[in-house]
Design a protein around this ligand. Structure first.
Ligand SMILES: Nc1ncnc2c1ncn2[C@@H]1O[C@H](COP(=O)(O)OP(=O)(O)OP(=O)(O)O)[C@@H](O)[C@H]1O
Ligand SMILES: [Mg+2]
Length: 297
């Protein structure tokens, strides 16, 4: 059984000027341990697809159609399953590490809270020890000191490592990462992507990755779906989509990349390259950390 199975998902958003069909009948699945990437220009519906799956779109603003299951449980027809899945079976790595944490609480307090959500049997002291261990696993320097710090005392890359550590605390089977490195410097991006690959290798978690960046998609994915105006225009294994794109839109995206580097060279780390961005630069909604209580962190 796939960890994610989506059939004909549609999402209508109630906007002030009328109804927007942000997602128009997409179908995909993610097998256990697999990374599936949705790539496409800004406004194509990537985040809406992911947020609909996680039920993070406001119920009164978003109408969902089609079917979707996570770990076999219906997440579109009913709200009741996703609450139990979040922070346990599925963890979210948010797009902007700078705004995902509470500015007035220490890293330790926020990590302890996240850890105890998925491990209520742990006392504060044990959860704190676990937090330290997780910060070591994400290769954060001087983790003892970072634990006692407030978010503003850490850089964007460090904060993203903290958020990845929090996502890891759930030992989730599925990680949803919506543009996990877009807010970071190019040099920091590579380290975070390496870390995500390392975690996946260790934990066997599946990943739903969302990116504008073909370099990121190529490095991380098993399979890619190219999204345009709410629909998938092309889907396939990463090599096929990059090396032999069938759809004019995919070729257009690829043509916009000056040089991709040697695809054959397994040692080559492609420079992240941005796809052309149309429409709004800012996503209309911010992905939020799911490992704290409730819908928003
Ligand atoms: N809260 C909202 N209210 C109205 N329209 C919205 C809202 N959120 C998204 N949309 C619209 O839904 C469509 C899909 O947006 P979405 O954020 O999913 O795109 P995206 O592919 O994630 O883009 P980006 O790469 O910029 O993050 C767009 O047309 C957008 O304008
Ligand atoms: Mg988005």
């Amino acid at each position: 059984m796939s960890i994610v199975d989506v059939q004909d998902l549609t999402v209508d958003l109630m906007a002030p000027h009328g109804v927007v069909r942000a997602v128009d009948g997409v179908s995909f699945h993610i097998d256990r341990g697999e990374t599936v990437t949705i790539i496409g220009e800004s406004g194509s519906g990537k985040s809406t697809t992911a947020m609909a799956l996680l039920r993070l779109l406001p119920d009164d603003l978003a109408v969902l159609g089609g079917t979707a299951t996570i770990d076999g449980k219906d997440v579109v027809g009913t709200r009741k399953h996703i609450t139990a899945l979040r922070g346990r079976t599925v963890a979210l790595i948010p797009q902007d590490p700078m705004t995902a944490l509470n500015p007035i609480a220490t890293i330790e307090r926020q990590m302890v809270e996240a850890i105890r959500l998925s491990h209520p049997e742990l006392g504060k002291r044990d959860a704190s020890a676990r937090a330290l261990e997780l910060l070591r696993q994400v290769h954060l320097s001087v983790p003892e000191r970072r634990l006692k710090s407030y978010p503003h005392q850490l850089s964007g890359g460090m904060l993203q490592r903290v958020l990845i550590a929090m996502a890891m605390s759930a030992e989730a089977d599925l990680i949803v990462a919506d543009e996990p490195t877009s807010a970071l410097d190019v040099t920091v991006q590579a380290g975070i992507l390496d870390l995500l690959l390392e975690i996946q290798e260790e934990t066997g978690a599946a990943m739903l990755l969302i990116t504008h960046d073909l370099g990121v998609a190529r490095l991380m994915s098993d399979r890619i779906h190219v999204m345009k105006a709410g629909s998938f225009v092309e889907s396939g294994p990463v090599e096929q989509v990059v090396d032999a794109p069938q759809h004019a839109y995919t070729r257009q995206l690829l043509a916009a990349i000056p040089a991709l580097g040697a695809w054959q060279d397994p040692e080559a780390t492609p420079e992240p390259v941005a796809l052309p961005v149309a429409g709004a630069a800012e996503p209309a909604h911010r992905p939020r950390l799911l490992t704290t209580k409730g819908d928003v962190a």
